[in-house]
Design a protein around this ligand. Structure first.
Ligand code: FMN
Length: 206
């Protein structure tokens, strides 16, 4: 067999990883960071971002008409354009996704100087996970973030993980205490990388 020619290998798929919580000790940020580590270990190219670093006002059409998109929305759009995959850790508030996650996505989908925000999302592939101190792990928010992402043209992989009783769910090294959950997270990250690899398109999106 010929030795593998490294120069011919497709570059690893870039995947943008974030949580819908700004909280310093957020369980969902912890889960997102862990997912980013696992994506890297499994051959993907993750970029973990903290939405606390991208504060934006609550969406307001008058504000948009006066000032356009916030600088941080434009910065996130540029990042999104460079990443074909998304991994989102979605906290659950009253059975719903968080206002932070919804507001961030709403700003990103707005048109700007002739660029459609929606086009930026179309054709992207996403995986979704959640964590909650409660017994259901935030699973209800996953149904809603799926629906929202589907509405804006993102294909969401069927596999998902909801980490219940999050206060006890992580080991000191940041991994999941349950082998089963850790394996499930690995399977999700692996499936996301594999799906992006099969699609093969690494080009930036306008
Ligand atoms: C307004 C509000 C509503 C909440 N509703 C739910 C809920 O419906 N289900 C749930 O599992 N946890 C609920 N929680 C608890 C959150 O899961 C918990 O605060 C969690 O730590 C938030 O995610 P984070 O750790 O990533 O910030 C709620 C918290 C807040 C502040």
């Amino acid at each position: 067999m010929e030795p593998e020619d490294m120069t011919d290998r497709t570059p690893p798929p870039p995947i943008l990883v974030f949580a819908g919580s700004a909280r310093e000790d957020s369980f969902n940020k912890q889960l997102a960071r862990l997912a980013a580590d696992r994506i890297e270990a499994l051959g993907g190219e993750p970029t973990f971002i903290d939405l606390r670093d991208y504060p934006m006002p609550l969406y307001d059409g008058d504000l948009e008409a006066e000032s356009g998109l916030p600088e941080n929305a434009l910065a996130l759009r540029r990042l999104l354009a460079e990443h074909q995959g998304l991994l989102i850790a979605s906290p659950e508030y009253n059975g719903f996704i968080t206002p932070l996650l919804k507001n961030t996505i709403d700003w990103l989908t707005r048109p700007h100087e002739g660029d459609s925000g929606l086009k930026l999302f179309q054709g992207r592939i996403a995986a979704v996970v959640s964590a909650s101190p409660g017994g259901l792990g935030g699973i209800r928010s996953l149904a809603l973030i799926r629906q929202l992402l589907g509405n804006i043209g993102v294909t969401v992989l069927p596999d998902q993980l909801a980490v219940a009783r999050a206060k006890e769910a992580f080991d000191d090294d940041g991994s999941l205490a349950s082998d089963g959950q850790q394996q499930k997270l690995d399977a999700i990250c692996g499936r996301l990388i594999d799906t992006l690899d099969r699609l093969g398109d690494r080009g930036p999106r306008a």
